[in-house]
Structures are given as structure tokens and as C-alpha cells.
Design a protein around this ligand. Structure first.
Ligand SMILES: Nc1ncnc2c1ncn2[C@@H]1O[C@H](COP(=O)(O)OP(=O)(O)OP(=O)(O)O)[C@@H](O)[C@H]1O
Length: 238
């Protein structure tokens, strides 16, 4: 579903992502972990064709993300970091707007499913500008999955959600991959990765320091936190 080869992004003289290669296969829940400023958002932006790489390439669902960014965005679901829905639409109007752009059928059923699943039926007629941050995050979730994409790329999925809703979203993501979907998420919350991811990549200063199954760490009796801290601190001191 994702094949990144030597992916690199420079912003002026800052190298945000530095020759990163990895792949994600169908049905995987892959987590990209890294401290603040390590390159996670830049990586997701390149994978979704929002910004071109400086060098290297990314194939996403068979398309070159730099050469066919619109094609990629048509196929995948995306929840960008800190993005909020348009302030002048209600929650339902926004979902219908997305459904229209994506040319979806059964729009009533799709909207109802998401208002029910994430428990915000009572907010469907509220203007987005008047929604709480958590409810806006729910709406961003709904828009990303409305077309039932084969691959979803999510930047910090659980930020702003209360523990009950975090549980709902984690359960949903795990069921989604059990049913053949693929998820690429970025986070600096290690517990999320440890709990739900099949495989993790650890990025620091734009470089991928590690890529492997979470089960390997658990099997070796290590906690992700100590593994992560050793990797990142060791790299900082290198
Ligand atoms: N548009 C930009 N122009 C210049 N530098 C940028 C730009 N976007 C990101 N950077 C820099 O690139 C590096 C990686 O940033 P990025 O946002 O990808 O990290 P991140 O891992 O998502 O961080 P966080 O967890 O804090 O969201 C940082 O040094 C950041 O300051």
C-alpha cells in the first residue's frame, strides 16, 4: 500500500526527512513514532501528495504521490494534523460536502453511521466553528473514512479525544485493519502504538532509526517507552 524509497524533504537548510525507505502492506496498522519536530507530519504530507519530496519517491496504492497527488488523495483517507473543518458549515453539511466531492452514494446512511459510531448525532446541525475541539476531531475522522478507503493516513489520531472516545477510535481502527483496510498513523503517544500497531517506525531528526513489529519488542520483554528513549537519546548523543 505504501512504498517509500529514499524519501527526503528539505525546507531551506533544514532536512525534515532524510533518505527514509520503508513499506506498509495491506491490512497493516503501521505507526510512525517520533518526538516533536522529527519529521512525522512532513512524511504524511509527502505520502499524500500535499508536498513534493526534494528527492526519493513514494508509491501509494500503486500511484506515485508526487506525480499523481490528486489520484492519491482520491483513493486514501487523510486526517491532517490540527486541521479543522470549515467554520461556516454545520457538521452534517461538511460530511455531505465531502460525500459530494467524492461522488458517494447512500450519503444519509454514511453520515448516520459516523454520527452514531462517534456519538455526536446531537451536533450534526451545529456550525463547525461552534464545535468543541474533540468534536471537530470526530468530524475529521468521519470525513476521512466516509468513502471507506483502502488506506487511511492519520496524523496524531487521538489528540483532543477523551478516554472513552479514544477507546472507540482504537477499536474502530483495529477492526478496520482486520477487515483488510490499512492504516498509517503518526504519533508521539507511545501507548497508542504499543496497544494497536502491528509495526512501528521510529523517526528522529528526519532519519528512520528503526522499523519492525511491535510484537518483537513485547516478545523480548521490552516496553516501547524504554526502547524508544534508548533509540532517540542514543541518536541525539551520536
Ligand atoms: N513549512 C516548513 N518550513 C520550514 N520548516 C519546516 C516546515 N514544516 C516543518 N518544518 C521543519 O521540519 C522539521 C520536521 O517537522 P514536522 O512538522 O514534520 O515534525 P513532526 O514530527 O510532525 O513534529 P510534531 O510532533 O511536533 O508535530 C522541523 O524541524 C520543522 O521545524
Amino acid at each position: 500500500m505504501i512504498e517509500a524509497t529514499d524519501l527526503t524533504k528539505n525546507y531551506g537548510n533544514v532536512t525534515a526527512v532524510n533518505r527514509v525507505s520503508f513499506s506498509v502492506t495491506e491490512g497493516e496498522l503501521f505507526g510512525l513514532l517520533g518526538p516533536n519536530g522529527s519529521g512525522k507530519t512532513t512524511m504524511i504530507r509527502m505520502l499524500t501528495g500535499q508536498i513534493p519530496p526534494t528527492s526519493g519517491s513514494a508509491r501509494v496504492m500503486g500511484l506515485d504521490a508526487a506525480k499523481d497527488p490528486i489520484g492519491v488523495r482520491g483513493l486514501v483517507g487523510i486526517i491532517p494534523e490540527q486541521e479543522t473543518p470549515p467554520s461556516f458549515l454545520t457538521a452534517e453539511e461538511y460530511l455531505r460536502f465531502v460525500a459530494g466531492i467524492r461522488n458517494l452514494d447512500s450519503v444519509d446512511e454514511r453520515c448516520d453511521r459516523w454520527f452514531d459510531l462517534l456519538e455526536f448525532q446531537d451536533k450534526r446541525d451545529v456550525l463547525c466553528k461552534d464545535l468543541s475541539r474533540g468534536t471537530r476531531q470526530k468530524l475529521m475522522f468521519a470525513q476521512a473514512f466516509l468513502h471507506e478507503p483502502g488506506l487511511a493516513l492519520i496524523d496524531e489520531p487521538l489528540i483532543n479525544l477523551d478516554p472513552i472516545m479514544q477507546r472507540t477510535v482504537k477499536d474502530f481502527l483495529q477492526e478496520y485493519v482486520r477487515n483488510g483496510g490499512t492504516v498509517f498513523l503518526s504519533t508521539h503517544i507511545l501507548e497508542i502504538a504499543e496497544e494497536i500497531c502491528d509495526r512501528i517506525g521510529v523517526i528522529h531528526n528526519g532519519r528512520l532509526l528503526h522499523c519492525g513489529p511491535v510484537g518483537d519488542l513485547v516478545g523480548s520483554g521490552r516496553h516501547l517507552e524504554s526502547f524508544f528513549l534508548d533509540l532517540v537519546k542514543g541518536d541525539a548523543g551520536a
